[in-house]
Design a protein around this ligand. Sequence first.
Ligand SMILES: Cc1cc2nc3c(=O)[nH]c(=O)nc-3n(C[C@H](O)[C@H](O)[C@H](O)COP(=O)(O)OP(=O)(O)OC[C@H]3O[C@@H](n4cnc5c(N)ncnc54)[C@H](O)[C@@H]3O)c2cc1C
Length: 617
Amino acid sequence: MSTQAQNRYKADLREMRFLLFEQFRLGELLGQAPFDSWGPDEVNMVLDTAYKFVCEVLGPLSQGADRQGCRFENGQVFAPTGFKEAWDAIYEAQFKTIATDPAHGGQGAPHMLQVITEEMITGANTSFSMYPGLAYGAAEVIGAFGTAAQKDKYMHGMMFGKFGGTMCLTEPQAGSDVGSSRTTAKKLGDGKYLIQGTKIFISAGDHDLTENVIHLVLARIDGAPPGTKGLSLFIVPKIRVNDDGSLGERNDVNVGAIEHKMGINGSATCVLNFGESEGCIGELVGAAENMGMSQMFHLMNGARISVGVQGVGVASFAYLNALEYAKDRKQGPPMTSWKDPTVPRVAIIEHADVRRMLLEMKSKVEGIRALVMKLANHQDQVRCFRGKDDEKTAYHQGQIDLLVPLVKAYGSDQAFRVCELAIQTYGGAGYIKDYPVEQAARDVKVFSIYEGTNHIQAMDLVGRKLGQHGGKNLQAFIGDIASFVAANEKHPVIGAAVKDLGAAQEAVAGVAMRLLMWFQMGKIALVPLAANRFLEMMSETAVSWLLLDGARIAIEKLNALPATDENAKERAFYEGKKYAALFYAKNVLPNVKKSAEVLAVEDTSPLDIPTDGFATV
Ligand SMILES: Cc1cc2nc3c(=O)[nH]c(=O)nc-3n(C[C@H](O)[C@H](O)[C@H](O)COP(=O)(O)OP(=O)(O)OC[C@H]3O[C@@H](n4cnc5c(N)ncnc54)[C@H](O)[C@@H]3O)c2cc1C
């Protein structure tokens, strides 16, 4: 069964096209500023070529990279076999810069297309996707905050595959608590600083894919205030870059070790030592000191969205493989003659519980993909309205801010659950390394941990995002759902589910008020206890809304599509959209009301239990 170079990635391109063109109506944005040069044909061509690319180039490397991992020899890290060729190929095909501003050499396509492409890249080979992902993210920060000289020197090379890139925040004592960072920066003059410290867990921290790696390092300038407010961001190349772009001397940046991990084994996770010999030179990003965290946030927002996209990619990979297996594997008689040992055995997809698992996976994969797509749609709308309509720009930007923690945390949590269900669908084979889903489950777990753990996301949502602009963003979000409910609660097929959505939306609004009350009444200790549950409530409501909206469109299409043999596949696709939405609304959405009831109890058991009460060991 197992071959090291076999592609096991598959994507449902019909579903992707549905989201792009039917639900999020990409066609209305194409052909006009800033997407003038993009039409449906161009979008479809990118989808097809990206799918072909990931199946031919990235997918076949995934299992081998998982087994082989990275090598650390004589101070140098080597990525798995085949990654260098894949790196060259992905940049030649320009898949990383589809949505990049043409002013920076990109193709200026909508973000919606970029996230679908990213989903395929990450779903086909998560480990590989880390290297170009980090390089691109770090380049964007230099693009947003760097000086003109820094952009010339570093950004282009990092965006187009010449240089790798990293983001270096974490230290042994500074994980979630980034403000405890001890890496220091001593001023040398001329924008240059001497950097000293150790960073751990640095993805793509070193490798042999590029001639140089440009690190973005958070460090504290001598005399700067403690905490996050005193952190500045530095460009620290592995090999110094001369003003003419040529490579200079080696900088004092050394790999201490690489981590041996549960998953994403082909991604080098490095301990990096800066300035062991007091010769590590870094440049302040831009000209402003102590702005490191806000600059890093720019990268982190993009990176958090990318983590949600990673979640969809891997979850979709696991779901589609489980589906294929369920159609093939024969086991047991049909339910109707379950006591008869002589009847032919049926494929496990005929069994009710397997169908339940498959539909749960389908609804979650398509739901979180729709959530990601909604966010990307808001990004595209901002690009359309910026400078032309301040109110619309503010609305779309507000929804982006609100949705980032949902996409990152709900996307990654549910992706792990989907992979777990995929293993269960396979039965014993799911636990065996010859089959693809155990790797998916190992690869996917880290998404809820890095880029800020999912609790950090939940606190960002309740502590910062809900109150942003006097609560306007949340009000708009709730208002959009309420409008959908009002327009569709009498729908002949989905009307009952839409009414349940209305109740869920009211429950979310009620808990948001409760959180505010806790802040005002000094019951702040309750907030972190409720934060993850609230993020989940809001995500489940949003996902159900988007699935039901998709079902509404699918039902319209079904009604217009005659039931002929020719239309059978297309009709089945739309039926699938309808049932995914109904399943989610009937089986997952009720959690929202339940969660509101749980939070109303104001249980403080986790705080009340004495620490020694957790166990006697
Ligand atoms: C594979 C991998 C790749 C990574 N890549 C990078 C990278 O490229 N660059 C980089 O800088 N870092 C990277 N990281 C580090 C990652 O961002 C951190 O692991 C993450 O931020 C959590 O920090 P920590 O591991 O120190 O856990 P801790 O911060 O020690 O957290 C442990 C637990 O305590 C909780 N917790 C911590 N503080 C609080 C609090 N104040 N309130 C409530 N709960 C809290 C957390 O939610 C978590 O459940 C990577 C990590 C891994 C595993």
